[in-house]
Ligand binder design. Structure first.
Ligand code: AR6
Length: 176
């Protein structure tokens, strides 16, 4: 565990809230108090215990919100997972290179999952929705970030919601 060469990485089309894995990654925002897209789906399907734990985080260590590029775990409530790992992607900017923050989302989520002892993790296309990151580039960054992460877990699944994103991620992860 933890060795980059021992992870099995797969790219699938589907709904991240239906993945049976130890950890589901949420494309959250700094407030940790919910939103649309993946975030909305996770809170809706996982139930109120996730928000309760997020509020406790905000009342404690993350009083100022979860920084962009950071990750933190809560219960997964009623989701078929043990943990939700919340991470905050950068909003895409055409004038500022924010790739390192997006790389950090994947790396920090994997670090948190590794520390929890997770054996499997599911990622969405972080920042590629509301935060407007062009999907081809989001896919390239995700592939690079996951492959170069220092700490990993044995099974890594990237879950794409629509065909365009699925094809972009398939292409990016097929590159050697
Ligand atoms: N399963 C898998 N992928 C999904 C699902 C789902 N159920 N629903 C949407 N996607 P987004 P962001 C895809 O907007 O860009 C929220 O309001 C979607 O098609 O969820 O990081 C937060 O609270 C897209 O490809 O995340 C933040 O404010 C990808 O997931 C903000 O949006 C990411 O889209 C975060 O924006």
């Amino acid at each position: 565990m933890g060795s980059p060469n021992l992870s099995r990485i797969s790219v699938v089309r589907g709904d991240i809230t239906e993945q049976s894995v130890d950890a589901i990654v949420n494309a959250a925002n700094s407030s940790l108090l919910g939103g649309g897209g993946v975030d909305g789906a996770i809170h809706r399907r996982g139930g109120p215990s996730i928000l309760e734990e997020c509020k406790k985080l905000r009342a404690g260590h993350y009083g100022g919100g979860l920084p962009v590029g950071a990750a933190v775990a809560t219960t997964a409530g009623r989701l078929p997972a043990r943990w939700v790992i919340h991470t905050v992607g950068p909003v895409y900017s055409a004038t500022e290179d924010r790739r390192s923050l997006l790389v950090s989302c994947y790396g920090e989520s994997l670090r948190v999952a590794h520390e929890l002892g997770a054996e499997s993790i599911a990622f969405p296309a972080i920042s590629a929705g509301t935060y407007r990151w062009p999907v081809e580039d989001a896919a390239r960054v995700a592939a690079w970030a996951i492959r170069s992460a220092q700490l990993r877990v044995p099974e890594i699944r990237v879950v794409l919601y629509n065909d365009v994103a699925f094809r972009a991620f398939e292409r990016a992860f097929a590159q050697p």
